[in-house]
Design a protein around this ligand. Sequence first.
Ligand SMILES: [Ca+2]
Length: 363
Amino acid sequence: MPVQRHVGAFYFNPPLRVDWRQNPPGSAAYLIPLLARLRKILGTRREKDYCALALERNPTSAPFLPSSTNPTDHMKRFSIVSLLLLFAALSAPACSDDSAGSGDTNSPDITADAQIEVDAGADAGDVAEDVLSEDGVSADAAPADVAEVEEDPYEGLRDSALKSALRQTNRRHRDLGYGPARDFMFEYDMANVGAVGQIECVYTGRKAFVEGRLDAQNQNPMYNTEHTWPQSRGASGVARSDLHHLFITDGAANGKRGSVSFGNVVNASWSEGGSKLGSDSSGHKRFEPRDVHKGNVARAIFYFAVTYNHQVARDEEATLRAWHVQDPVDDAERARNDAIEGIQRSRNFFIDRPDLVDSISNF
Ligand SMILES: [Ca+2]
């Protein structure tokens, strides 16, 4: 159940809740009950005066005479009340209907007073409802919960049709050139990964503070650039400097990977930071990146295969699909995708839509 908040609630007698935030002094909900009470006081005093006067004039008259029988006193009293109610109406134009209704009173009897208080009570009830809505949990807040449904541009597309549609999204791709692309990659890491000025090998996790790409390449041990899709297998030309598959690596780890296909290593001949080189369960030579980079590798390879129309070997593809699920897209990967789009005008669509991997049966 929603919790009602009543900050600065003001209580009248009879109990009447007025929320100061919703009804500041001068508003109708604030003034109407006050005026009703003022009118009662005025009415009571003048009632007594009139009774005294009537008795003075005619000691034999009844001790109580209804004030409505004296038109002069009646008009005086209501001219004051009407002025006060008019002031209330002008002070709160949004509630002017209530004020006018209260002011439109021709009889000073207790029934009219009660009616005014009922109206004011209704206002207080509205206030409570408004407060409830402010909490965002009342029925009135329901429309905010309705999510906008975006149309899926890839709805119903599979395999070659989907690959074609995905390639189209990157038709504005800009080739930065190999040097500037790598400069950007190192600078991005220095600004966004770990401490400022620090870079990290995606395979081993080895970190170092550098002053830029050239400084990183001159370190000992040195860093260089990993082509997730090896240059020797087709990452040439525009693809050579496509940042979506380039990553910073420790030079030695990069050398171990070489152009070896990815796979799960069961017999490692080399291992560092969780990455391994060795043979898989079938005895084939494979490179296995550490867990946090497995999904990144899978999505980079899938992106590359679709973008540059290359084929992924069957067994490698099966492993990459598993890694894609095992290491899902995270904020860091999304942020890097955004940054690359900012300079290269293309995105890795599988980072944006990991689900689309399942709509392609063969990379
Ligand atoms: Ca990852």
